[in-house]
Design a protein around this ligand. Sequence first.
Ligand code: AHR
Length: 510
Amino acid sequence: MTLTARAVVDLDVAGDTISPHLYGHFAEHLGRCIYGGFWVGEDSDIPNTAGIRQDVVDALKALNIPNLRWPGGCFADEYHWRDGIGPVQERPTMVNSHWGDVVEDNSFGTHEFMLLCEMLGAAPYVNGNVGSGTVQEMSEWVEYLTRADDSPMARLRRANGRDEPWRVPFWGIGNEAWGCGGNMRPEAYADEARRYSTFLRNHGDNTLYRIAAGAPDDDLSWTRALMQAVSCVDCQIKPESPIFQGVSFHYYTHAGAGINTESATEFTQEQFYGTLANAHDIERIISLHEAVMDSYDPERRVGLVCDEWGTWWNVEPGTNPGFLFQQNTVRDALVAGIHFDAFHRHAGRLTMANIAQTVNVLQAMILTDDEGGLILTPTYHVFEMNKNHQGATHVPAMVLDGPTVDVGDKKVPLVSMSASTSGGTALLSLTNGSIEDDLDLRIDLRGVSASVQRARVLSGQSPAAHNSSANPSAVAPVALAVGLVDGVLAVRLPAHAFATIELELGAPSF
Ligand code: AHR
């Protein structure tokens, strides 16, 4: 069967700017994300620059990664940054009790992370330790990284070989304070976030964007407590600027039975549609957090940050359950496409989002092996195909009379789309979420004349199709034929597919 739908895109109705940081990444000391993923060490036979795996960096540079969050996650609230500086042989070890209960040798620390960011061209997003750390420890880490003069921490950094301070724009105040970050109550953590923020100084011209750790999913008690703490609604004297600038939440997608319970590659039709239903739920969750934030902060001085998102399946058979290594299929690519469409629509409040995680963990871009093999996942291709949305202007894109599928009592849309314009070009992203039906989509491009520069589609033999060392390009973008007559695009998408259409824009059409 072939489904049909109509859509309209208002190319001349400028919405919010899509922050490049909605395409952010996350790398934790977890399984083989850092060790064996990004970091192989200088003595490795795998080509590297000062220990950082070169092919991983080269592949990621094509995504224009805007920022990289590190060192966790749950690991962040166990991590003591001084253990990861100075001569490598002298660095103490620790136990990574959250992730595999393995011994961490701290060979990848602050200097190595900052080099990685430089190589990627990504802004560092450092996540500090509230759960088992101190205000002084976190404050000194900021000083170590960003201070130029002869302060104690700047001197220590110089003794470790780095003269100039780095720029660190983003700072996380702990992680998941409701759980692994200390099992705190929202109000108690909100006070901690104020206290820590006070001592996270702007040194020189390095201005920090401080991000308070917020809710799991749609738990609004966290957003409410943090907004009360930052906006000071009942105070006579209001702070000139918010004491922290961002409030985060985390949201992981599963097929219906909960995270970490279902296979990445073997799933039923019901689980496929359950996954899409949960992916679409990101929009409801963002809207709820937004509504709370709007009521305290209508001027949008505080940003919403989704600094962990993505699918969370069972680990691949035979791998360490604590390492969260999972395969990545066409289904994961569709989850990414649906998330980005929602992120674009909420770009006025959502200032950052970070996929969990970049290499070898959860919904990764890249899977590596210890022999030097590297695979780009279907999710990687969505990030690459969508990259020109970064920094672009969101424009309205509406699917009219689109088909839906029933999941429980929900009607889940089978077609998802979003669009943006930038410097005389436009980018449309489209998802056909039908497991078996092609989609004939006609899109009325309104307001500006347009011509098609390039159209690409990403799909596979089945929604479970994925890349492997035996077949690394089973799921990769290919050219898509589209027609454009009198401002109406005619697109035929295969089943379970993600597509992008790049347009060159001309004169206003009226
Ligand atoms: O991304 C894996 C883990 O998921 C993170 O460490 C934690 O913040 C979340 O629960």
